[in-house]
Design a protein around this ligand. Structure first.
Ligand SMILES: [Zn+2]
Length: 367
């Protein structure tokens, strides 16, 4: 069998320059290295899959490189870099606090911290999911964090900053990682696809990016899943059927019927959607998103909140022009109401149908 490396690992960035969509953080880190202003403790906060541990590793590799480039990137050739690149460097220690959160685990780490590195200048300790440490473990760690040996640098990573106690926060330089935007993720997927000899429709990658909800790691594993399903040729249709995503097209057609007050046609589209195996709640959520997208298209300032690619974007703009603000607002209210009542309702299909009928009649009175 061909040796398959998952994309999330294969395309893990190994220099500051290749980290996607966190340029303000990588620039600050590079400047700190350039000006020799390293702190002893950093706290990397942000949602999962946005590059916290990756940046921590790149940082550890870069500060230990003996031959930094003028752009403050590791050389990948010195002894230390080679050790990093083959995951056998002794200058980096990773502790996953989600599974090692006891006082003993931390004591072991503290013992290790005292030993200076043999190669390179710094030993970097990455503590992932640091908010999971028990309070005793936190307290045991505090002393080391207060007076760390010269060679030790701590990088704490967390998805839940609010759970970090103030005494730790005040001792760290804090970096907030952003959710990665849909267009940035889609752009990176395009690059990966090209490298893997996969052709992919732009909108197909966009849907994967949406589904990943800001996490590059998730996007890449969905990408792998689709590739193993449909091979080297990825279409929009493949992706939506594979990920159980409702086609945009349904909603565009539905709104066309809404503005013409065509109640029966609207109901038939909903029936068609149910027949394709989607449930009513999924549908109504999608409808709310669609109406929201149309609403943001109404204003040149908010149109940038629309996270879809070129062709679909134009379709949204055209449809938005055919709807009045008032209609969109009221329709959104009705679908939102339906969403909230959905779980409680005994007759879910009727509930959604009623919402559809009401929306399809919104512009009727005016006429
Ligand atoms: Zn190097």
């Amino acid at each position: 069998m061909e040796n398959f490396i998952v994309s999330a690992r294969k395309y893990r960035p190994d220099s500051f320059d290749t980290v996607v969509a966190q340029s303000s953080i990588t620039t600050t880190l590079k400047n700190a290295i350039k000006n020799s202003q390293l702190a002893h403790a950093y706290l990397f906060c942000g949602p999962r899959g946005v590059g916290k541990t990756t940046c921590a590793r790149i940082f550890a590799k870069t500060i230990n490189c003996s031959n930094l480039s003028p752009e403050v990137e590791a050389c990948n050739e010195c002894e230390s870099c080679k050790a990093f690149n083959t995951s056998r460097s002794f200058n980096i220690h990773e502790l996953d606090a989600a599974s090692n959160n006891s006082v003993d685990d931390i004591r072991q780490l503290i013992d290790q911290v005292r030993i200076p590195p043999q190669v390179g200048k710094y030993s970097v300790y990455i503590i992932d999911e640091v908010h999971m440490l028990s309070s005793q473990a936190f307290n045991a760690f505090l002393k080391t964090l207060e007076e760390p040996p010269k060679h030790a640098i701590f990088i704490l990573a967390t998805t839940e900053k609010h759970k970090i106690i103030p005494t730790i926060l005040s001792r760290c330089q804090i970096f907030d990682f952003n959710r990665i935007g849909i267009s940035d993720i889609a752009g990176h997927l395009e690059y990966v696809a090209k490298n893997e000899g996969v052709t992919a429709e732009k909108e197909a990658l966009n849907i994967i990016a949406q589904k990943a909800d800001g996490a590059m790691r998730d996007a890449l594993s969905i990408f792998d899943q689709i590739v193993s399903f449909s091979g080297k040729d990825i279409t929009y249709q493949d992706v939506i059927s594979n990920l159980n995503v409702l086609d945009y097209d349904y909603y565009f057609r539905l709104v066309e019927h809404f503005v013409k007050n065509e109640v029966p046609d609207s109901l038939m589209i909903f029936d068609d959607i149910l027949n394709h195996g989607f449930d009513g709640h999924h549908f109504i959520n999608g409808l709310s998103s669609h109406l929201r997208n149309l609403l943001v298209c109404k204003d040149p300032v908010t149109v940038q909140l629309l996270e879809v690619s070129g062709e679909i974007k134009d379709r949204y703009k055209v449809q938005a022009a055919s709807c009045e603000n008032d209609f969109l607002l009221k329709a959104l209210e009705i679908s939102n109401e339906c969403d909230m009542q959905y779980k409680m309702s005994q007759n879910k299909r009727l509930l959604v149908e009623l919402a559809i009928v009401r929306i399809a009649q919104l512009t009727l009175k005016k006429k």
